[in-house]
Design a protein around this ligand. Structure first.
Ligand code: GLN
Length: 205
């Protein structure tokens, strides 16, 4: 069975674990670089991206996670996790000089807390490319993807936009990378977890 890691420093990692286990995957909670050994995919969960980024520094995880991806692993960032995948992050808090550390592996520009305070959290049925029925998407102080691909790096795989909400990109895929603004682990629907298992176990062409 596939072996998936869930970064377990802060945020909604237990729910991801349950969804993958329901699909028959083996799940390891990742806190240290050595926990990455033998994984096919790693999830960066929702939570607070500045906190997760700080803890990734303390646990010396930045380079090991980049190496994990470079050596063929799949990555999925949900909400705060999507922020951590992005090449460019807008809207970081002023106390951090507006700067947000990220892995920078996915060709996205992400804006934090982009739906505004008056709509802190909401859920909505989302039309997802390739899914017949709408996906029940839970948004919590969610980021949006302001730019998806198009960085004109011809060596890179193209970014596919898989869902929009009110004209803004909220789900995108680039090869072995998946980014969602919302929290698929907070609903019983496992279709995105199943998609990620496929991505993580696909044999490269
Ligand atoms: N607003 C959070 C951040 O910017 C993300 C919220 C979430 O993951 N639900 O890190």
């Amino acid at each position: 069975s596939p072996h998936i890691g869930v970064l377990a420093l802060q945020g909604a990692f237990r729910e991801h674990r349950q969804r993958f286990e329901a699909l028959g995957a083996r799940v390891t909670e990742v806190r240290l670089p050595r926990d990455l050994a033998g994984l096919q995919g790693l999830v960066l969960p929702g939570g607070e991206s500045t906190t997760i980024a700080r803890l990734m520094g303390e646990y010396r995880l930045w380079e090991p996670v980049r190496d994990f991806y470079a050596s063929g692993g799949a990555l999925w960032g949900t909400c705060a996790g999507a922020i951590l995948l992005a090449r460019e992050v807008h809207g970081a808090p002023p106390q951090f000089g507006g700067h947000q550390d990220s892995l920078g592996v996915m060709d996205l520009t992400v804006r934090r807390n982009a739906f505004g305070r008056q709509v802190d959290s909401f859920h909505t049925p989302l039309k997802v490319q390739g899914f017949e029925e709408p996906f029940p998407a839970v948004f919590i102080r969610a980021p949006v993807i302001e730019r998806a691909g198009d960085s004109q790096r011809s060596a890179e795989e193209a970014v596919e936009v898989l869902a929009h909400h009110r004209g803004r990109v909220v789900l995108a895929r680039q090869g072995r990378l998946l980014a969602s603004s919302f929290h698929p682990e907070l609903t019983p629907d496992v279709r995105l977890h199943a998609l990620f298992l496929e991505m993580a176990t696909a044999v490269p062409a």
